[in-house]
Structure formats: C-alpha cells, structure tokens
Design a binder for this molecule. Structure first.
Ligand code: NAD
Length: 481
C-alpha cells in the first residue's frame, strides 16, 4: 500500500523520501522499488538529484561542528540509544529487509539485525577506549589525536543493506563525523527506517542524512562534492573506478570494499565433511556475498569423494520463499542480476564446462545452486565475479599448484582453507593474497579485526581502530619541554 510519501511493507510503514537536516524531503521524480520474492512493487522512492545531494552535504556540513564537539561519552550514549532502537524493531527491520532484498528472514531476525545493533554498540564502546597516544622525542612530547574529518559519504550495495551501511555509519558517527548515507536503489527501505530510529534516539538533525536515488545521478553528485571529507564505498569494481575518478578531483580520501572471486582450498588431509559444509555455505544469500569462496580448489586424491558428498548435501538445500523458516536459498535480487548470472553459466557451458549440479534458472527470480567443473583457469567463469549461486571446482596436485591457482585472479578479498595440518595452513596462508583467510571456518567476523581486500577487491581496511584511522584526520602535536 502506498500513499504519496509512505509505503507499507509487510505491515511496516516506511517513508520513501530522503532524510536531510532532520526533515523528510521529497524529490520531484521517483523510482519504483520491487520485491525480488514476487516482483511486487513496494513503493515509489524519491529519486534524488544533484540538488538533494547538495542539500544533504550542506546539512552535514552545518551539523558537523556541533557533533564533533559533542563529548565522546555523549556521542557513545546516543549510539547506544540507536542500538536500543534497532533492537526494539528487529522484527520490523528483518521483514522489511527480506521483502526488499530477498535474503532469508531467519538470518535477518536472528543474525543480521542483532548484529546491526551490535555495530553501533561496538563502535560506541571502541570510541571510549580509543586512547590518544603520547611518546617522547628528545624531551619533546608527541601527542597523537584522532580528529573527526567532516561530512562522510557512505554508499552501499543491496546484498546486505543495513548490515553494510551500519559498518560504516557507526564508526563514522562515533568518530564525530556527520554522514550522508546512500543505499542501493534495489534495496532502499531499511536505510529510511534507520533514519527514523536515529532521530528517535536523539541524534541531532543533520548528523545522519539518508538520500535515495540512482548511483549515476545522486551518487555521482555526492562523490564529486568538494565539501565531502571521506567517501566509503562498498560495491562493484566498475563503480569504484568511477567514484575514484570523481573523488580525485577533490583528493577526497576513499575506502573501497569491492568484489571477490575467493578460493576455497580443500586439502586431502581435511575433515571432508567439514570441507563440504564450508563449500555448500558459499551458496548463502543465493551466492550474493562478496566474500564467497566461489572457486573450490580440491586436491585430486579426494576430489571424487568431495564432489559426491557436495552434490548430496547441495541437493538437500531448500530453495524458495525467504520468509519461510525452512528455506535455505532465496531469490536473486533483480531480473537483471538473474540474466547476468545465467549469461555467465551458459557461456561457461558453451566453452566446455560441465554442470555437476544446477546450471539453469528456476521459476520466478531463482537460480538453481550450480557447480561447474572442467573449467579453464583463464576462463571468464573462473576469473569474473558472478554474484549468484554458482561455484566452480578445479583440482590440484601439489600445495604449490593450489597456491598458484588461488592467487591467479585480479581479486584478493578472502580465502578459505580446509586442512587438518596446522603447518600447512600457516605455510599456505602466508602466500595467499587476501584480506581475510579463514582456516577450517567461514564468515567469522570480529569488528576488532581489519576488513578489506587487496588488488581489485578494495583499497584500505575498516574495523576497530582501522575504521577510526580512516574516518579521522590524525594529528600529531609536538610540544617542547
Ligand atoms: P554497484 O557498484 O552497482 O552499486 C553499489 C552502490 O553504488 C549503489 O548504492 C549504487 O547506487 C551506487 N553507485 C552506482 N554508480 C555510482 C556512481 N557513479 N557514483 C556513486 N555511486 C554509485 O554494486 P552492487 O551491484 O550494488 O553490489 C554488488 C557488488 O558489491 C559486488 O561486486 C560485491 O562483491 C560487492 N560487495 C563488496 C563487499 C565488500 O565488503 N567487499 C560487500 C558486499 C558487496
């Protein structure tokens, strides 16, 4: 149900306008947001332009001195109040996110939304622990402080909308910055709910602004704005290149969290059931996970047995409505994404790949979980990010070959190892190009740890102190004795 400025999604009212300077602001034009579950129109969302971008940056700039000067303890208190608000609305946030982006309701309810609240609590608490460093140089004192940088533009994708947004929003605000958040146009709704929650928690007007619209329109206007002091972007490599070019004009510092084509290495000495569990987990969120280990690299001697067990386990996955508790894999986000996924798979099959399982669409916006073998290392399906439930399997004979294959793409986001040999794990890990390596586990993320990718998977790291380093101007004050 939609009126001019509100849409009701699964019983939850969501404002479809921007949130700028503590007020709801509508654009002249709108775009339609659809649910990937059934294609239903969810609402007409304000389609921001350079005008709203300028208004949001101006609001963030005006609010900056007041928020930067707010004592740390008070900033932390308000961020905890935001976390309280998220916790009170977990059910609403979960159902709206699932309806908007198609990821599993059970994960949103029990995993993602509680972690959204945790993101605010973690960075609020970290702020209070952040010590100014002091050291001595020939009797002179060096005093290093973290000064907030100013208005930060945060641009996020659709695969984990509120989770990825709050990894940025929470540290940026904790550090004393003001924020302009632009969520992806395929999943704009929970960002609007976050604006409501932040306002109710007492965040002053203009400290968090949320703008809606297309990347090429309002996104571009934001990243090229001279008053913006930081840009943090999570999304695709082509967009990152465009944003880097815009930011270059103003030398705006950037943090880029981009795509991946991560390897999952299975050695013969691994617990094979664990390795299979890890491999099947790569289908989570219908394969729309930047960190997914989509290239299974399996030692020759166990490849046949691994494949047999993998197919057995994958065939038990339940694909369907993400609101059902029993569902393991939901729909893909958009008809265009489905086209893209199927294009990759069909071209791979034409080039000689074999679909051990899947390899085709299903009714609606669903893609069958797919495993392809007989793929060449230099082929598109091995080198490019598909961002769907599509894995490839290659075999290796030696550890050296495994490392060579693992590192042989332009990405470097993550890697997963299944091995029973700790020495091997250490040896291989030391040679892998990856921002995160998981040994006999997957997707365990502690906010204290640095997170990011190498090569085309990103620039910079966020998490813990690294986030504060990025969102602050570090200042060293040297005082004579
Ligand atoms: P995308 O690059 O198409 O869009 C991401 C965001 O950028 C959206 O909000 C979009 O509106 C905006 N945008 C598009 N063009 C812009 C422009 N010219 N200027 C400013 N903003 C612009 O990416 P996507 O399809 O939404 O997301 C999928 C990609 O994100 C995948 O490559 C995935 O691997 C990556 N990703 C990375 C991580 C990570 O942490 N490394 C996490 C999740 C997703």
């Amino acid at each position: 149900m939609t009126d001019t400025h509100t849409t009701t999604v699964a019983g939850v009212a969501v404002d479809t306008r921007h949130w700028i300077g503590g007020e709801r602001v509508a654009s002249a034009e709108t775009f339609t947001d659809h649910s990937p579950i059934d294609g239903a129109a969810l609402g007409e969302i304000s389609r921001g332009t350079a005008m709203e971008a300028a208004a949001a940056v101006a609001a963030a700039k005006a609010a900056f001195p007041g928020w930067a000067a707010t004592p740390r303890a008070e900033r932390a208190r308000i961020l905890h109040a935001v976390a309280d608000g998220v916790e009170k609305r977990i059910e609403e946030l979960a159902i709206v996110e699932t309806t908007d982006n198609g990821a599993l309701l059970r994960s949103h309810r029990r995993g993602v939304m509680p972690r959204v609240a945790h993101n605010f609590r973690f960075f609020a608490d970290w702020l209070l622990e952040l010590e100014h460093e002091d050291f001595d140089t020939r009797g002179h004192t060096n005093h290093v402080s973290w000064d907030p940088a100013g208005p930060c533009v945060l641009i996020t994708p659709w695969n984990a909308p509120l989770m990825l947004a709050t990894w940025k929003v929470a540290p940026a605000l904790a550090a004393g910055n003001t924020v302009i958040l632009k969520p992806a146009e395929w999943s704009p709704l929970t960002a609007s709910l976050l604006a409501d929650i932040a306002a109710e928690a007492g965040l002053p007007a203009g400290v968090l602004n949320v703008v809606q619209g297309l990347g090429s329109e309002i996104g571009d206007a934001l990243t090229s704005h001279p008053d913006v002091r930081r840009i943090s972007f999570t999304g695709s490599v082509p967009t990152a290149k465009r944003i880097s070019a815009s930011a270059a004009a103003n030398l705006t510092p950037l943090s880029l969290e981009l795509g991946g084509k991560s390897p999952l290495l299975v050695f013969a000495d691994a617990d094979l059931d664990l390795a299979v569990d890890l491999a099947v987990e790569q289908y989570d969120n219908a394969g729309q996970v930047c960190l997914a280990g989509t290239r299974l690299l399996v030692e020759e001697t166990v490849a046949e047995e691994f494949t047999k067990r993998f197919v057995e386990k994958a065939s038990r996955l339940v694909q369907g409505d993400p609101r059902d508790e029993a569902t393991d894999i939901g729909p893909n986000i958009h008809p265009r994404q489905l086209e893209k996924i199927d294009g990759f798979v069909q071209r791979a099959l034409e080039a000689g790949a074999r679909a051990v399982t899947g390899g085709h669409r299903r009714d609606g916006q669903y893609y069958a979980p797919t495993l392809l073998t007989d793929v060449a290392q230099d082929s598109e399906i091995v080198q490019e990010e598909v961002f769907g439930p599509v894995l490839t399997l290659q075999t290796f004979g030696t550890e050296e070959e495994a490392v060579r294959l693992a590192n042989d793409t332009r990405f470097g986001l993550a890697a997963t190892l299944a091995t029973g040999d700790r020495d091997r794990a250490d040896r291989v890990t030391a040679q892998l190009v990856a921002g995160t390596v998981w040994v006999n586990c997957f997707f365990v993320r502690d906010l204290q740890a640095p997170f990011g990718g190498s090569r085309h998977s990103g620039v910079g790291r966020e998490g813990g102190t690294w986030s504060f380093d990025f969102y602050c101007d570090l200042k060293n004050t040297v005082t004579a004795p």
